[in-house]
Design a protein around this ligand. Structure first.
Ligand code: GRF
Length: 213
């Protein structure tokens, strides 16, 4: 029987492919009470993802769906969709999940799936953001939490945090700075959702009923 607190808490599934430092920040925020939510499962497409060990250490159930074992992207997506559905989360949190989801799964979970991206979107969608920022001599960089829609890294923005790019920054130092931003803003954005303050309505993100610009 679920306890009363289980019923009121927002159930999260976190999708990962690697280290899982964002997953850790989310777990820690739940544990500290800053985030009224609970990670009920972690799903990885990589069996060797270190984030799976982080999840197990916290008694969170883990699942691996290796994309290489499917003939098509859509077979992988269908399998993932079925697994997520069977766990029945309130929110799906993509945290370094290195697979592009197709329109069917995205449409099915629309408004209940968010992602974090290591740039100030709409600048620098895609990969290798830190190197691209440096080669452009950009003065500002950062991280973005957004709703996932069918267009890659282009869903409505929920929250961003920027960092100044210094002349001695390297891709590694920027990665660390941006990662630290991510660990602050991801739990915060999730807490808005958990408090039912955040919603996706007609392709716009709303906080407390006001559109987020
Ligand atoms: C983060 O930089 C995130 O923005 C990107 O992948 C990285 C994941 O890092 N999508 P971690 O696995 O949470 O440490």
């Amino acid at each position: 029987m679920p306890s009363t607190s289980d019923k009121i808490q927002c159930r999260l599934i976190v999708l990962i492919s690697g280290n899982g430092t964002n997953l850790q920040a989310i777990i820690d925020a739940c544990d500290s009470g800053m985030l009224q939510a609970r990670v009920v499962a972690v799903i990885s497409n990589e069996a060797s993802a270190a984030g799976l060990i982080r999840a197990s250490k916290h008694g969170i159930s883990t699942h691996v769906i290796d994309h290489r074992t499917f003939k098509t992207r859509s077979d992988f997506d269908s399998n993932l969709m079925r697994l997520i559905d069977s766990i029945n989360p309130d929110l799906i949190v993509m945290a370094g999940f290195m697979r592009i989801l197709g329109p069917k799964i995205v449409g099915y979970f629309l408004g209940r799936i968010i992602n974090i991206h290591p740039s100030l979107l709409p600048d620098y969608p895609g990969l290798n953001t830190h190197t691209r920022v440096l080669s452009d001599n950009a003065k500002e960089h950062g991280a973005t939490v957004h709703f996932v829609t069918a267009r890659l890294d282009a869903g409505p923005i929920i929250l961003q945090k920027s960092v100044a790019v210094q002349s001695n920054d390297t891709a590694d130092t920027l990665a660390t700075k941006v990662r630290n931003c991510e660990h602050e803003i991801y739990p915060e954005a999730i807490s808005w959702f958990a408090q039912k303050r955040l919603a996706l309505i007609r392709d716009k993100a709303y906080l407390d009923g006001n559109p987020l610009s």
